[in-house]
Write a protein that binds this ligand. Structure first.
Ligand code: ASP
Ligand code: MG
Length: 462
């Protein structure tokens, strides 16, 4: 039996599974491990989008099923053919791909005939992206003479709630269910390849964790094994101190705390799924972000300990897809329970509130732009003697200035505000204190690039 001190969870995202060049790098990394690798895979790059679009198009027209299926087949065939040398291994891999694609085809015809695409159906169909990626990786490992074992994560007691496309794992129940599975894995020489992204609801139906959900699966696995380390492999070196698309001199961050990462992921940085830290927080398992094309680089280390950097600020993140709804009323501050009523109305419709800022006469709700119109329609119904007027603003962005110590060190908030107002950008709202590691600003979305660069310059380019 392999000692759990000698294992490591390695997660490879779709960006590491683009083509055979990428997949062969991934296989090299798996094979060069000193510890026993527990591998978690996402779908091949672009496949989840293909499946999501395929569901939509199949519902519209039956002929669209076959176009999705042929792209799905071709992409997986091409990667298998380019990466596997041994003919019989290639044939077996292709047969396994065909079996899975057939199931997707039947499911898509189901969508087409019934014109139904519920969250449960979409979760079921999109889970095939990860199953297909696992088949390819197993084929390439076999081609190198290495045994592996595909473990589909709807069969291991990975029990979630019933939010079919945004599920959360019941960690306690999972731990109990997973014990015998983990023992079997550690008793076997074969390298386990676990499918990321999905689990199942208590009744058995498949649920997914939302986009980027394989990061969360990997963290849940690190928790299930109580692994000493979780490595998340990408095709970039790690977290950056600003988005390089708008800040050309952005740099890699060496070290972040759990809390900093949670803030960065929540506020726009799409490096990790927002729930990644949650399963491992209690165990203090470190995460390393690594680059398959630069495996010796340090990447970003994420650890439980708070680490105050000399510049204090570690990164300037932003989310340009925010809307703000304002509920006005002269008695709002006096009326107990009004925020609960508002929050309940939105959550009953599965709308998530990013943040609430309230004053005596106004409740400001920050929500995702995609939810703006629906939220406005729902909240309009609450207009009456307390809520006198509702308005909303769509073209705004939220900036999060993240770093341990932002609140404790004097003058940081003032420097952030100063950097932005010096370039004459209007700050619609600012908040310090809601999080211990982040300062938030709301500005017009047109100003995002300039504001992020001004803050970045203020803290990193002195
Ligand atoms: N394949 C899923 C997605 O594209 C999950 C993941 O990549 O982590 O969102
Ligand atoms: Mg990802």
């Amino acid at each position: 039996m392999i000692n759990k001190e000698n294992i490591k969870v390695l997660k490879f995202g779709g960006d590491c599974l683009k083509d055979s060049v990428h997949i062969l790098k991934v296989v090299n990394i798996i094979l060069s491990q000193k510890s026993f690798p527990i591998v978690v895979v996402s779908a091949i790059y672009g496949i989840t989008d293909l499946l999501i679009d395929g569901i939509k198009h199949s519902k519209e027209k039956e002929v669209n099923v076959s176009s999705t299926i042929s792209i799905l087949t071709e992409k997986h065939y091409a990667i298998a053919q380019d990466s596997i040398v041994n003919d019989s291994v290639l044939q077996t891999t292709i047969q396994n791909i065909v079996l899975l694609v057939k199931k997707v085809e039947r499911l898509l015809y189901g969508v087409s005939y019934t014109e139904e695409d519920t969250g449960a159906i979409r979760a079921h169909i999109t889970s095939f992206g990860e199953r297909l990626a696992a088949v390819i990786l197993a084929g390439v490992l076999e081609d190198k003479g290495v045994k592996s074992n595909i473990i589909e994560t709807d069969k291991i007691g990975l029990v979630t709630d019933e939010q079919y496309e945004n599920a959360t794992v019941d960690l306690k129940e999972f731990k109990v269910n997973f014990k015998p599975v983990a023992a079997n894995i550690l008793n076997d020489e074969a390298i386990p390849i676990l499918t990321g992204f999905f689990g199942n609801a208590p009744g058995g139906k498949i649920t997914t964790f939302g986009r980027n959900g394989s990061d969360y699966t990997a963290a849940v696995m690190a928790y299930g094994f109580d692994a000493p380390l979780l490595e998340i492999w990408k095709d970039i070196d790690g977290f950056m101190d600003a988005d390089p698309a708008i800040t050309p001199d952005a740099e890699i961050i060496d070290h972040l705390s759990y809390f900093e990462v949670a803030e960065l992921c929540y506020f726009g940085d799409r490096i990790l799924h927002p729930l990644t830290i949650e399963p491992i927080a209690g165990l203090g398992i470190p995460i390393h972000i690594k680059n398959i094309f630069n495996p010796d680089a340090k990447g970003t280390v994420i650890s439980p300990d708070a680490f105050v950097d000399e510049f204090i600020i570690k990164s300037v993140a932003y989310n340009p897809n925010i809307a703000m709804i304002r509920l006005h009323g002269s008695g709002i501050g006096y009326k107990a329970g009004i925020i609960t009523t508002v929050a309940n109305a939105l959550s009953a419709n599965n709308i998530n509130i990013f943040a609430i800022v309230s004053s005596q006469t106004c409740i400001n709700l920050l929500i995702e732009m995609k939810d703006a119109d629906d939220s406005y329609d729902i909240l309009k119904e609450l207009k009456g003697n307390i809520i006198e007027r509702i308005d909303f603003q769509k073209d705004i962005a939220l900036i999060a200035v993240v770093g341990e110590g932002v609140l404790k060190r004097k003058g940081i908030f003032a420097r952030v505000l100063g950097a932005v107002s010096d370039i004459r950008i209007n700050i619609e709202m600012a908040s310090a204190g809601a999080s211990e590691v982040a300062i938030y600003l709301i500005i017009a979305s047109d100003d995002v690039k300039d504001a992020v660069n001004a803050i970045h310059k203020e803290f990193f380019k002195k």
